[in-house]
Design a protein around this ligand. Sequence first.
Ligand SMILES: Cc1ncc(COP(=O)(O)O)c(C=O)c1O
Length: 463
Amino acid sequence: MGDTFAGAVSKAPQDIEKSALEHVWIHTTEWVRVAEEGGLHVFERGEGSTLYDIHGNAYLDGISGLWVVNAGHGRKEIGEAMAEQAGKLAYVSSGSYTTVPAVQLANVLADITPGDLNRIFFCSGGSEAVESALKIAKQIQAMRGFPRRYKVIARRGSYHGATFGAMSLTGDRKEEYFGPFMYGVHHVPSPNRYRNDFGLEGEEGDLMCANYIEQEIIAQGPETVAAVIGEPVSTSNGVHIPSPKYWQRLREICDKHGVLLIMDEVINGFGRSGKMFCTEHFGMQPDLMTMAKGLSSGYAPIAAVAVSDKVYDIFKEQKDKSLAHLLTFGGQAVACAAALKNIEILQDENLPQQSAEKGEYVKNKLEALREHPTVGDVRGLGLMCGVELVKNKETKERWGKGSEYLKTLDRILNSKGIVTRVWDIIHVAPPLVISNEELDRIVQMIDESLTEAEAMFQNEIGA
Ligand SMILES: Cc1ncc(COP(=O)(O)O)c(C=O)c1O
């Protein structure tokens, strides 16, 4: 196999699976586990919330790829828009050139993002968006006359991407492989009403996390801090929903100290939280907003940073300067056409509102899972829900990422026909087009899987 082009692109399922094991570097997957224990899935097509593998088996996509496919799988109209654009013009270099779909998309994004986020920098993925936001923030601080403002404050447990700068902001950043990291990153506590770092409850705990950031800025020296970054609702941190006062307080703190506020909407954006952007729940706006994933619902690799007029204006004042940052594929025309059609669908089908309604529906159903001895908490906003798993409900002891219990649960869930992620949280974040009947099936599969896994690990539970 592979001696000829036709051989290399064989359509026989067994050849495809063999080639997948031999040649595809599936990001973060342990090769030995997949090769020896199975669990590899090669998917061939999707429709709405359902994925079909090369054997024709159907799976409910409980996590929209990775919080990506908001408009659902198999949207032919997005494919048609892309084909039409590819037939006309796929790419021009940057410089002072752009394309019609890039202009139209920037216009739409300026329109639907909150406040004066009117300047759109395009790139190809979430990590690039975060990396770009970091560089934009640092350069703007320097152009404003503060070249020593290079530090960035991020929150513990957060995830902002895999490239070097974005990884440096990330909580679990694998010191053993990649340290030392970008200099000047400082991590602070994040809102968490289940295990608050200060032992406080509700809004009081959230506000303490905001005030802690001010203390950190003061301790670092405000004249050295460029930006604070956070997801409006952090998924990697476990979908904890802060009070609007947390973000409003953080806005005040950043303004007071001349620090730029970056909100990372890479997962939260495009209807996932029940509004077009999650920031809208909090009644404030950031200086820079990163977006990716749901921007095209995964039909094309495209991402962006939206920057406020107030921040961008420095480039109008200092006419001889431009951003020292260029990405070849930023604003690629076919990707822009995909994003445009995707946003049209999100709006026409009222998918942010549907996400809000279906999110409430499924959250109420998930509440019943609290009866399980390993379900510590259930949380969610829109179709971004999480079921937190614990070993012991009283002490809230975690199983720990990669523990046998979580791996077993993951396998059982998958064998029942659901694709999701089990960390210390079972994430429930299906495409926004999912039906209530499909949501019921997801909850039922989780319920049954928990019962099976709990029976296998009975001796470790509550111990
Ligand atoms: C909040 C957040 N920011 C950034 C990223 C990085 O995005 P990408 O994987 O597209 O580079 C992710 C990825 O999951 C994310 O969750």
